[in-house]
Design a protein around this ligand. Sequence first.
Ligand SMILES: Cc1ncc(COP(=O)(O)O)c(C=O)c1O
Length: 373
Amino acid sequence: MSDFGFPLAHVASIPPYPPGRPIDAVAREFGLDPAAIVKLASNENPLGCSPRATEALAKAAAETHLYPDFDCYALKQALAAQLGVPATHVLPAAGSSELISLVARAFLDGDRKAVIPQYAFQAYEGAIGSVGAEAVIVPVRGWQADLDAMLAAVDDRVHLIYLATPNNPTGTVVPTVDLERFVEALPPHVLLVLDEAYREFLPPEQQPDIARLFARRRNLLVMRTFSKVHGLAALRVGYGIGDPELLGLLRRLQLPFSVGAPAQAAAIAALGDAEFVERGRRENAAERQRMEERFAALGIEHVPSFGNFVLARTGNGPATAQALMRRGVIVRPVAGSGLVDWIRVSVGTARENDIFFEKLDDVRADAKSAVVA
Ligand SMILES: Cc1ncc(COP(=O)(O)O)c(C=O)c1O
């Protein structure tokens, strides 16, 4: 028994989610000027958000005394119009994080299992563990989710699969043909959760055609977010696309009013600014390429990325991240995913990325002189 009575055994064994360190926390810990800190740890948009979203937020600020529309009527209409689906096929949520948790609560318990690829987004394991279910982790093949092996891992107890494309932290994509085949081959008792948090960073012609996926499978939830290319991570808003019956189930478990009114208003405005999204995609692609070339020039192995981050083998990820943090650059160690020698670096502005490489040079030089000494 703990001081808190008898917590459920599976709760204590949930791996805690390791968020990117906030700027203020790092400034306090290392006595740094917060304004000089570069945060490349949470795959945020270095361009901020659309000015239209900022304007919508300012308007929404005048009505903070009112509860939001739990039905998210206007946001659903805007999403439906853009996606070309009925509004009943979309479910706004407090980021895709909320959906990751809702599907686990709706489809898993202590007798059931979920399949995820090795090196998947860490929140999946947390969600699976939170309901006492078992995570079946299927090894990747050459960094790619091994869809054949995932299919082979499905038995009667498996009711959920999480799969992200592009994937975090590896940045790899599932080729469209493979995805379509997978969607078709999975047995009907399994809900496939396709996480498209980084979809917009793919060139449009490489983005999966989800109508083709839904034509092949009803038991599918596509998740998207406003936290990444739209630059609204602070507001916590994302959405699921799927069958109305499935979304109705998830809605029953949703915390009432989980998507705040400012978040709904900003999301609608952000959706209307295609130019901002395109600029985010373009600038990310250019900077990501520059970072990848820089890693290659330094002889640091990296995984070619399709997201707004790069996974790089700097050696001793936790120590490298700590040494960078002391120098005012926050990156993400990924040892918790079994990638002990690697760090994940978000793609920032050109200036931020230059600072990252400058500090990385310092860290490497210090490590070398420590070895010599
Ligand atoms: C693959 C993936 N899915 C989902 C999320 C959660 O995003 P949010 O809850 O902000 O929508 C993230 C955030 O980093 C992610 O990397």
